[in-house]
Design a protein around this ligand. Structure first.
Ligand code: PBG
Length: 335
């Protein structure tokens, strides 16, 4: 039978999902996932000095700011409805050593920045990173001895770092090191120093990923020898992510995180289904760089591609998304 001779009454389509897609307002009524600036956390790199705004080559639109400029960025983010910042210090090599000693300096770059931020914008949630790499002459997240990462001695250093950050006013400390037992060690140290209100956002399922390259450029924190595969997770594993998450929760994590995000959406979904605590995901530097590079070439439409990735991370189950594009996304969402 020729298509033209098919009679209308012969057509029996009982389900027409397209009805719910007919207009923009219908689409908005039936939308299952929402993204708002309130879901976003802006990571920021801080450097010593004044009025410094130093671009990160591999992350177009991202800068290393001095403390005064970070405060301005924080105010801007807060006005756009972004409730949190994650801070990473970028230190000169001369301040790095094997034991990340500078991390414990009560007047250190990170500590002073946290104080300035909490003074200027007390409502803004300030999250600090607990790992040795930005401070370590080895460029590793743990203490290196004889070419190995020494787990238990690292815990003492991480716990002292967390207490120092809490004392400066951090709302959450965020262990990104993947040592065993770190969340418990941090919780005990914080509590015994009286910081029972300081939260722990644990990088629970953090993979040994190729997508951290631009971040390591930004902080000049790449491992000087070897790689991070003896502590960060194997990208092939997802059951192991549940094990890591459960351990972190038992040890006292208030929020758990999956990192990176886009290549691990299945892990985010599994973790969301398995736990009751909030789940965060980190759209990491390489994910950001990939988007920007393709957009600069004119190969994808930047804003559409960015919002689609963020929405997909929400859809997978993350209520909190760390992204270098937080300001840009918040501006798009405000339109
Ligand atoms: C360090 C840390 C890394 C990131 C956050 N904290 C890098 C690493 O593990 O080597 C990566 C973030 C990003 O790529 O955006 N502990």
């Amino acid at each position: 039978m020729k298509p033209s001779s098919r009679k209308k009454k012969d057509l029996v389509i009982t389900e027409r999902p397209r009805r719910n897609r007919r207009t923009s307002s219908i689409r908005s009524l039936v939308r299952e996932t929402r993204l708002s600036p309130e879901n976003l956390i802006l990571p920021l790199f801080v450097v010593p000095g004044k009025n410094v705004q130093n671009p990160v080559d591999s992350m177009p639109g991202v800068f290393r700011f001095s403390r005064d400029r970070i405060v301005q960025e924080a105010r801007r983010a807060f006005r756009l409805g972004i409730p949190g910042l994650a801070l990473f210090p970028a230190l000169p090599d001369s301040m790095k050593d094997k034991r990340a000693g500078e991390a414990l300096n009560p007047k250190g770059l990170l500590q002073e920045t946290v104080r300035a931020l909490k003074d200027a914008c007390p409502e803004m949630t300030v999250i600090t990173d607990v790992a040795m790499d930005p401070y370590s002459s080895d460029g590793h997240d743990g203490l290196v001895r004889g070419g190995k990462i020494v787990n238990d001695e690292t815990l003492d250093i991480l716990a002292a770092m967390a207490v120092s950050q809490a004392r400066a006013g951090a709302d959450f400390v965020a262990p990104s090191d993947m040592m065993d037992g770190r969340v418990g060690a941090l919780r005990r140290a914080l509590d015994s120093a009286g910081h029972t209100d300081t939260g722990i956002l644990a990088y629970s399922a953090k993979y040994a990923s190729a997508f951290y390259g631009p971040f390591r450029d930004a902080l000049d924190s790449a491992p000087r020898t070897g790689d991070k595969k003896t502590y960060q997770m194997d990208p092939a594993n997802s059951r192991e992510a549940l094990r890591e998450v459960q351990l972190d929760i038992q040890e006292g994590a208030d929020i758990v995180m999956v990192k990176p995000a886009l290549a691990y959406l299945d892990v985010i979904a599994r973790v969301r289904a398995a736990v009751k605590v909030p789940v965060a995901a980190y759209q990491v530097s390489g994910e950001y760089a990939m988007l920007k590079a393709a957009a600069q070439k004119g190969w994808v439409r930047e804003e559409d591609a960015l919002m689609e990735t963020l929405l997909s991370i929400r859809r997978a189950g993350a209520g909190i998304i760390l992204t270098y594009a937080a300001l840009q996304a918040a501006e798009i969402l405000r339109r």
